[in-house]
Design a protein around this ligand. Structure first.
Ligand code: SF4
Ligand code: SF4
Length: 348
């Protein structure tokens, strides 16, 4: 599998990496099988986070005894020295390693948070001490907010930047990507499939391959998904006119206000699976009724009726999505669709 240089870290990593968010949603056995399949395919860059509940521990179990050649990346949302110290310790334990190749400040979304991190006595100082001690090899940052990401790259304190990037969410191409290149900061594309919203995986991967120094880390929930992407990587990345047109059509269809399934809005006080509920409208376009009105979607939508409209999730959503409004709308869609589905079943 093709490797590229991750900016000034000088680490050579596979352009296709593994995003560790979705393995929280499956069983431990399935999670381990997914990570091990990634290793079999030759993927060497695995990304997770302290905040992804079971993800680090599951990756740790999957890679046990096979660390050689792997580049492990994890993250912390810590804003104090104490917090980062405990997060780092926990990540090392969960991953079962003595050092972390890339330690990233997670989801830094405004100038104040960046300032707090970079305070001479703040979390960056701890990360740098850990780097001097060899416990952390490189330090990066992740953000969903373009101005903060630009400021972080300009600060020259981070060796990598992770930012959402796919053929619909392309704001990084304007300034951030050229700036990262100029500062030799490694660029990691999160949400290469827009959090599962881009069904046309071939187009999504071909688009990103046009950027030779970008590592992309799709979140993988099932083994066939990573197999499919690995196959696509063997194709030419040049797009036909028809593919360009299809990409444009999908851009128009999805717009910019869609849920990336990042789960930063969690936890919900009444345990609503917000991202499933938010994705219901698009799921209706591609899934058969049995998948919508029974099983996981049905459970999520039934539960969504309990929303208290507290608004806490909206404060946490980095894309400022109108979650409460969308939940109410999708519950209405679900109820109407369910009635129709039940009527169809009864008439058979
Ligand atoms: S507004 Fe609804 S979905 Fe959001 S956190 Fe509150 S209860 Fe949960
Ligand atoms: S609603 Fe916002 S925070 Fe929640 S999963 Fe969607 S994009 Fe992420």
């Amino acid at each position: 599998m093709e490797k590229i240089r991750l900016g000034r870290t000088e680490m050579m990593v596979t352009q296709l990496g593994f995003g560790g968010i979705p393995i929280q949603r499956v069983s431990e056995g399935e999670a381990i099988a997914i990570v091990q399949r990634c290793l079999e395919l030759g993927i060497t860059f695995l990304d997770t986070a302290n905040g992804y509940t079971t993800s680090e521990e599951r990756i740790g179990k999957a890679i046990s005894g096979q660390h050689d050649g792997l580049i492990l990346a994890t993250k912390s949302t810590a804003q104090t020295r104490e917090e980062i110290e405990s997060h780092l310790k926990l990540s090392l334990e969960r991953l079962g390693v003595e050092s972390i190749d890339l330690y990233q400040f997670h989801n830094v979304s405004d100038a104040n948070t960046l300032k707090t991190i970079l305070d001479p006595d703040g979390p960056m100082a701890v990360a740098e001490e850990a780097k001097r001690a060899g416990v952390v090899k490189h330090i990066g940052i992740t953000s969903h907010q373009i101005d903060t990401a630009i400021e972080a790259v300009k600060s020259d304190r981070f060796e990598t930047i992770m930012f959402p990037f796919n053929f619909v969410t392309r704001e990084a191409t304007e300034e951030l990507l050229p700036l990262a290149r100029e500062h030799d900061v490694g660029f990691i594309a999160m949400k290469p499939l827009a959090g599962g919203m881009l069904d046309n995986v071939t187009l999504a991967i071909k688009y990103l391959r046009q950027f030779p120094n970008v590592v992309f880390i799709p979140g993988i929930e099932r083994v066939p998904e990573i197999d499919e992407i690995a196959q696509i990587l063997k194709m030419t990345w040049e797009m036909t006119a028809a593919e360009q047109e299809e990409m444009e059509r999908l851009r128009q269809e999805l717009g910019t206000k869609f849920c990336r399934r990042c789960d930063y809005c969690q936890p919900c006080q009444v345990e609503i699976l917000i991202s499933d509920v938010m994705s219901f409208r698009s799921a209706m376009k591609r899934l058969p009724p049995v998948r919508l009105f029974t099983g996981k979607f049905a459970e999520a939508l039934e539960k969504a009726a309990d929303c208290t409209e507290c608004g806490e999730c909206e404060e946490r959503c980095p894309y400022h999505l109108p979650i409460r409004e969308t939940i109410a709308e999708n519950v209405r869609l679900y109820e109407a669709g369910k009635k129709e589905y039940q009527a169809q079943l009864a008439s058979r």
